[in-house]
Design a protein around this ligand. Structure first.
Ligand code: SAM
Length: 448
């Protein structure tokens, strides 16, 4: 599937930030200089283009991929994020005239990434949204629960129970009418963007139409006192946020591709990529499906099926029983945790084994001489610090990469919101974990 971005409507040239441009030099020199430079992007505007269309836990600031893409690739090159999340790298690659490719296991991430790189005109979107809202209103007036009855007749008991626990009956009626009206939109791009707006009324930092509190960034808590806003009103408001100045003629030619897939077996050819910029899950940090299922059930996914997906995510609560082949520092880190909590150590072992496979795949798809940039933070497990960046750097070297350097960035905690893990014991341990993160710079050696 290809999305031409010639009509990409979301770039406001006035607000797209400038990032540093280095003088020419080899990839290693440039990468090394970038890693030593400012990677904090404190106070930078991060909401330009389509970057703020939907909440996503642990997004990185768009300036981060932009800096590396601009300085390490040429127009027309292919830039990959094998754990693309909300598609920040892919959007930035497209804005810079590169070919952005994103892969993610999470079905909502794929939807978000595709919608954020879809080219439609604001006039068309606002007209389609108006039509959709009128249709939904008419259905609700004619038979308030008609569309909900239709929708629920296709669900299994567990999914119906889930909806009843987390959504008021009146909200369900509105969401079912809205979803049915969106589905009537024949243009796939407009439909995709309206589905994104629909989802963003549910998975959101505050407010939101479910009974959950702060669905975007924390473990959902049901608040029986919550009186959610009208789903239709919130949808209208979200669509308005997608309004950006249209500067289609200033967009460089480029395209974006978002694939549903696994970073451990990438659906891409050998040596087909000029740069990787990615941010894998932290060890033991985020359960994406916990929040995303609130939206995905409305897209027709059975709740029990979504639960089963969980175990496939890197960083999931899953142990590894068999022997792992891990390099020495990484293995020692696992052993240090095992002294306090053998089960947790097996979860960590699984994380590193999965990341090792993901790194092998990065190596395979990269062209010789090209760079991979991996952004990751440290974690704390049972009071033992896990220096994930050092372990991943060690794994990458053992897989053939040259380690050019490790940059450090201080987190703007308010911006890159990190959810509270089920296993973090106290505020101080969160503070410790989420303090800073690291940017690992790797190069695949030229063939000899
Ligand atoms: C930290 S997030 C990436 C955020 C992204 N940089 C952004 O700006 O939105 C990590 C992503 O890795 C994805 N992921 C976890 N396991 C994966 C796997 N096996 N294959 C591909 N993606 C995976 C998660 O679904 C999540 O979207």
């Amino acid at each position: 599937m290809r999305y031409q971005l010639s009509l990409f409507p979301f770039q406001d040239i006035e607000t797209v930030p400038e990032v540093e441009t280095l003088r020419p030099g080899g990839i290693r020199e440039r990468l090394s200089a970038l890693l030593a430079g400012d990677l904090d992007f404190r106070g930078a505007e991060t909401g330009y283009a389509s970057h703020r269309f939907h909440s996503f836990a642990a997004k990185f600031p768009p300036q981060l991929p932009r800096l590396f893409i601009q300085n390490l690739t040429e127009v027309g090159d292919t830039v990959l994020d094998p754990m693309a999340g909300s598609g920040t790298t892919v959007v930035e690659a497209a804005l810079l005239g590169r070919r952005g490719v994103g892969v993610d296991l999470d079905p909502l991430a794929v939807q978000i990434g595709r919608a954020k790189t879809t080219g439609v005109l604001w006039e068309d979107l606002s007209r389609a949204a108006r039509r959709t809202l009128i249709r939904a209103h008419q259905w609700l007036q004619a038979d308030r629960s008609g569309k909900l009855r239709e929708f629920r007749s296709r669900l299994n008991d567990a999914t119906r129970d889930f909806l009843d626990y987390w959504f008021l009956p009146s909200t369900q009626e509105e969401l079912a009418a809205l979803m049915a009206a969106i589905r009537e939109e024949p243009h796939p791009g407009l439909r995709r963007l309206m589905l994104l707006a629909f989802s963003s009324t549910i998975v959101t930092k505050s407010g939101g139409v479910s009974l959950a509190r702060d669905l975007a960034h924390s473990r959902p808590h049901r608040d029986p006192e919550k009186r959610p806003a009208s789903a239709l009103d919130l949808f209208r408001e979200r669509i308005q946020r997608y309004r950006q100045p249209l500067l289609a003629e200033r967009i460089s030619p480029g395209d974006a591709l978002i694939l549903h897939g696994d970073a451990r077996s990438l659906p891409l050819g050998d040596q087909s990529v000029h740069l990787i910029v990615t941010s894998p899950p932290y060890a033991n940090a985020i359960d994406y499906m916990r929040a995303h299922k609130f939206s995905l059930v409305w897209m027709g996914r059975p709740i029990d099926e979504l639960g089963q997906w969980r175990s496939r995510y890197i960083g999931a609560e899953r142990t590894q029983e068999d022997e792992a082949i891990l390099p020495s520092r990484t293995w020692e880190t696992v052993q240090a945790i095992a002294e306090y909590d053998p089960r947790r150590a097996r979860v960590l072992q699984r994380y590193f084994t999965d990341m090792r496979r993901a790194i092998q795949e990065m190596y395979r798809v990269l062209r010789p001489g090209a760079a991979a940039v991996i952004v990751v933070g440290p974690s704390m497990m049972r009071g033992v610090p896990v220096e994930t960046h050092l372990c991943l750097a060690e794994i990458a070297e053992s897989e053939g990469f040259d380690l050019v350097g490790i940059g450090e960035r201080r987190l703007d905690r308010d911006r890159r919101m990190m959810p509270v893990s089920a296993h973090s014991q106290s505020r101080s341990s969160i503070e410790l974990r989420m303090h800073n993160e690291y940017v690992i710079g790797l190069v695949k050696p030229e063939e000899r």
